[in-house]
Design a protein around this ligand. Structure first.
Ligand code: PMP
Length: 353
């Protein structure tokens, strides 16, 4: 066999576009429209570059302790990685090593099946219903693990704590990973369940609610022994996933609770206002508990609207995929940005009528 025949091939994840144009209204990859806490800026300004000469603390202990304190857990229950994408990737590698299929909803974050292909993990995608809701009983069958985003992406729909606990009660033999990337925008975190279930892993990120997508900071929370397995795998790859500056910035962000709460509240209020306007315009809008809305236009195709918005330098997300090709995902930006898109949509629909 040649190396070409032996090559490990995967269809890579297609991330949302990061356009070079700066005069675009960018509502396509669920970034936070506000800057990170002013304390982050101060930390960057006072950061002595001399410190970069030395390796960082490989386990980011100061940040880990601060996070443990924040979530009322023990530091050993906290794992940190380079964005939650890396945390997810290491979790798949660490925990999903079974010949039984990993259960995933179809629709969900499209990176999950890619990790499965990459690590040769068998998986089964379980369709959500026509309203994009998942039926938790579908996840009680024998499995090599369960991964659910709560709230889900791109639908924005959220599961309550009782449903997550039912899932855990019926899955004591395998790891249940709940991806809470968008939890701070109105979902209910499964953190209180960590006490009871040592097979629960919760993944969160600094990218969305803390405006730090550019620094790449993700978290896993779990039982101390479960989390220790993640450290074992991480240390076999790269012992220093978080650089010194990222650790300092994460700490500064975590310490500014007031700013965090204020910006998250503004985004939630804007999401509700924007959703109401879109419903009045005739759009179908799911009940999002995230920093984006998932919508179906009343007239014309989703693709045509996506293209018209792009032309007007407003970039949102469209997938040419069965099931969701009639739908669009729009990140919640500032009030001004959302007013711009509303203005555009009103004119666009008038022309179609
Ligand atoms: N999980 C979900 C459900 C997401 O939508 C995203 C963002 N694309 C991530 C994880 C990854 O976020 P990050 O790597 O920036 O932490």
């Amino acid at each position: 066999m040649t190396w070409q025949e032996n090559l490990r091939t995967v269809t890579p994840y297609v991330a949302g576009e990061q356009p070079k144009m700066i005069d675009m209204i960018k509502l396509n990859t669920n970034e936070n429209p506000y800057p990170p806490s002013p304390q982050v800026q101060q930390t960057i300004e006072s950061f002595a570059s001399e410190r970069l000469r030395l390796y960082p603390d490989s386990d980011a202990n100061e940040l880990r302790e601060a996070l443990a304190d924040y979530y009322q857990l023990k530091p050993e229950q906290v794992f940190l990685g380079n964005g939650s994408d890396e945390v997810l990737s290491l979790s798949f590698l660490t925990f999903f090593n079974s010949s039984k299929p990993l259960l995933l909803p179809d629709i969900s974050y499209s990176f999950y099946p890619i990790y499965c292909d990459l690590y040769r993990i068998p998986y089964q995608e379980i369709p959500v219903d026509k309203n994009f809701k998942l039926n938790i009983q579908d996840y009680f069958q024998e499995n090599g693990g369960v991964v659910i985003a709560n709230p889900n992406a791109p639908t924005g729909l959220s599961l309550d704590l009782k449903t997550i606990e039912t899932l855990l009660r019926n899955n004591t033999e395998s790891i249940v990973l709940i991806d809470e990337a968008y939890i701070d925008f109105g979902g209910v975190s499964a953190i209180p369940l960590l006490e009871k279930y040592d097979n629960l892993i919760i993944v969160q990120t600094f990218s969305k609610s803390r405006s730090l997508a550019g620094i790449r900071l993700g978290i896993a929370l779990g039982n101390a022994l479960t989390i220790s397995h993640l450290y074992d795998v991480k240390n076999s790859f790269n012992s220093y996933p978080l650089d010194r500056l990222a650790q300092a910035i994460g700490l500064a962000s975590l310490n500014d609770e007031l700013y965090f709460r204020q910006t998250v509240s503004k985004i939630i209020a804007e999401r509700e206002r924007f959703s109401d306007v879109l419903r009045q315009l005739g759009f179908s809008v799911t009940d999002s508990k995230t920093n984006f809305v998932f919508v179906k236009p009343p007239l014309g195709t989703a693709q045509a609207l996506f293209e018209a918005l792009y032309e007007a330098k407003i970039i949102i997300r469209y997938w040419n995929k069965p099931k969701i090709s009639d739908w669009l995902r729009i990140t919640i930006g500032t009030e001004k940005e959302m007013n711009e898109i509303i203005k555009f949509l009103k004119k666009y629909l008038q022309k179609l009528e």
